[in-house]
Design a protein around this ligand. Structure first.
Ligand SMILES: Nc1ncnc2c1ncn2[C@@H]1O[C@H](COP(=O)(O)OP(=O)(O)OP(=O)(O)O)[C@@H](O)[C@H]1O
Length: 398
């Protein structure tokens, strides 16, 4: 049962944060202003004294006084409704380091709806609230993935050194052409928003710890938090069907590593830290906007994983974060240009086909087969590994 699919432009919103302490201390003047707390226009001046300003228009623009609740209500609440109708949706946070991507996506993770709670905790809170009010069976699964140096890392995998770590691989989702999945990644079944918050905090700490160990800022990695919802529906002839909706919340690496031309620049280049995923994301956006014949999705992990969000069947929104201060003007202009170009990408959102229970079981069986093959491969590589509880007593060495 596939709904009509209509082409729509992807949604692009901009959030301007307040000046931070450093910018205030350095007396860096405000050169980016908005028309009120929320609007559609953003005004940029090269110098605060200039009588002329350049105006950029977006689907929505939030000024420094916009709070987390407003961003959620205006941007995310309608997207959550789409997820519950059975769409796949993606929200990207894009921008220079320190402009508020993580603040917008995660914010304060200690409570679901506190003043500083960001998109992820608020979405979970609202999601469970809605599901509990609906009188239908449902399940919610979450995954949390990091891409660093083109390596995938599962931020929710158990930290048990006795369990061999599974190499994550990307494979094509057989149920949805042009959509890719990660093999071997934890998809944790969760029962409440608080459940997820606890899991998220662990994942977020894992990211921090690794970043400190490697002496790298988390600003060089991309994080994808995915919520998958299954809701049971019963047709008039009594058949049970499952409606599936998915929401990807993506906190991208700091955009300062890649220049307006899409080339690697500055520190990143000197350190040989090619952020392949960020570079490719820019190229994919350019190719889509220019309606190129070849879209280079396969050239990075990020674009492979989110292929369907860029020119595909997913509903996509980009939140571009910028600083209002003159000292960051060059980077802010680069972000605004990027976001402006991305406005021209057209997706063809399509509701996921309802699944019969039989089809879901078949999918799980395929997954089990794949996992068995993985386990076999690990055994072949590392020697025979048997968990204590499956070793028959007569084989136990005493
Ligand atoms: N709209 C805002 N209002 C108040 N404080 C903000 C806002 N946006 C960001 N901040 C604060 O600015 C600081 C930097 O923000 P944040 O860590 O979210 O940046 P980032 O873009 O994720 O950076 P990175 O790329 O390094 O991860 C944080 O202390 C955050 O709380």
């Amino acid at each position: 049962m596939s709904s009509e699919s209509k082409e729509t432009n992807i949604n692009v919103v901009v959030r301007v944060r307040p000046r931070n302490q450093k910018e205030i201390r350095e007396n860096s003047p405000i050169v980016i202003s908005t028309s009120g707390v929320k609007g559609k226009d953003l005004h940029v001046k090269a110098n605060p004294s200039d009588p002329q300003s350049k105006t950029y228009s977006f689907d929505k623009v939030f000024g420094p006084d916009a709070d987390q609740q407003m961003v959620y209500d205006e941007v995310v609440a309608p997207i959550l409704e789409e997820v519950l109708m059975g769409y796949n949706c993606t929200i990207f946070a894009y921008g220079q380091t320190g402009t508020g991507k993580t603040h917008t996506m995660e914010g304060d993770l200690t409570s679901c709806a506190g003043k500083d709670a960001g998109i992820i905790p608020r979405t979970l809170y609202r999601l469970f609230d809605k599901l509990e009010k609906e009188d239908s069976e449902y399940s919610v699964r979450v995954s949390f993935l990091e891409i660093y140096n083109e390596e995938l890392r599962d931020l929710l995998s158990p930290d048990d050194p006795t369990v061999p770590s599974v190499k994550l691989k990307i494979f094509e989702d057989m149920n949805r052409r042009g959509s890719n999945e990660v093999q071997g990644m934890e998809k944790i079944l969760v029962n409440s928003a608080q459940d997820v918050i606890t899991i998220l905090q662990k994942g977020s700490n894992k990211r921090q710890t690794a970043a400190t160990k490697m002496n790298e800022a988390s600003s060089r990695s991309h994080c994808i938090f995915t919520i998958t919802v299954h809701i049971k529906e019963t047709t008039s002839d009594g058949e049970d069907l499952l409606k599936v909706g998915k929401l990807n919340l993506v906190d991208l690496a700091g955009s300062e590593n890649v220049g307006r031309s899409g080339a690697e620049k500055g520190r990143a280049k000197e350190a040989g830290m090619i952020n392949q995923s960020l570079l490719t994301l820019g190229r994919v956006i350019n190719a889509l906007v220019e309606k190129g014949l070849h879209i280079p999705y396969r050239e990075s992990k990020l674009t492979r994983l989110l292929q369907d969000s860029l020119g595909g069947k997913t509903k996509t929104c980009i939140v571009a974060a910028v600083s209002p201060a003159k000292c960051n003007l060059e980077e802010s202009l680069s972000t605004l240009d990027y976001a402006h170009r991305a406005k021209n990408i057209r997706n063809k959102p399509e509701v996921n086909q309802r699944m019969t229970k039989k089809a879901l079981i078949r999918e799980y069986e395929t997954q089990i087969e794949r996992l068995k093959m993985d386990l076999q491969a690990t055994r072949d590589k590392n020697g025979v590994y048997l968990a204590a509880e499956v070793v028959p007593t007569e084989l136990k060495i005493t």
